[in-house]
Design a protein around this ligand. Sequence first.
Ligand code: IPE
Ligand code: IPE
Ligand code: MG
Length: 254
Amino acid sequence: MSESDPSTVVTPQDLPRHIAIIMDGNGRWARRQGKPRVFGHRQGVKTLRHIVEACVSRHIANLTVYAFSSENWQRPAQEVNFLMDLFVSSLQQQIDDLHRNNIRVAFIGDHSAFPVKLNRLIDDASTLTAANDGLRVNVAANYGGRWDITHALRQLAARVKTGELQADAISETMVSEHLCLAGLPEPDLFIRTGGEQRISNYLLWQLAYTELYFTDCLWPDFDEQQLQLAIEWYRGRERRFGKISEQVNRADGT
Ligand code: IPE
Ligand code: IPE
Ligand code: MG
């Protein structure tokens, strides 16, 4: 059995404990209406707010959303600047309401390249909501799965260098404990909107045994009903984690 075997805690008929979403399709949604791409990003923020509420009402514990990838810097400067401003204004507008709703907001990714103002808001929002024990929303911003793993390995390598840790003592659990989402259950359900069937450098390590759901629905059109369809699809999956069906269906899992 692998050290990080999630099958020990997962009951497939239950709700996902952690949903990870790639919110894709904003630009195409806007272009289809003859509007600039950024119009779709603005609408995308509204969709996210609705989906957060839908997760709260379904008692989902963790939601991780991909807001900006480490590759998204390569977009035209105008779009990148718009997105930075949109992060700032959305946080300013929504953080008090999220806090009142007992939602904990956390950010994952390398924030060193963000404008100072955005970094301050990220810190303030994380601190303000740190003790909330309702839905936890992780916003992946300037996040890349490869960066996350590299960052974790760097921390372990530093401990090897000081002699505190032996290289051959490095375990999968130790790597997991140094990733951005350390301590949280790995995503049970992954949703990508917008029709593409790829991971785009999202949670590479954590998605190892996640159920992957792809929909053509563009993110601004995604709603509570669409989320419900994804959850129902998830609940119909048989999660075998390397075992065979008969084992999974036996109550004791042997
Ligand atoms: C996702 O929508 C939002 C971000 C990457 C910030 P896109 O902007 O990628 O929209 P499409 O895929 O071009 O339609
Ligand atoms: C992934 O979407 C990143 C986010 C949604 C933030 P992209 O639109 O950037 O992905 P690719 O480039 O089409 O794979
Ligand atoms: Mg896209």
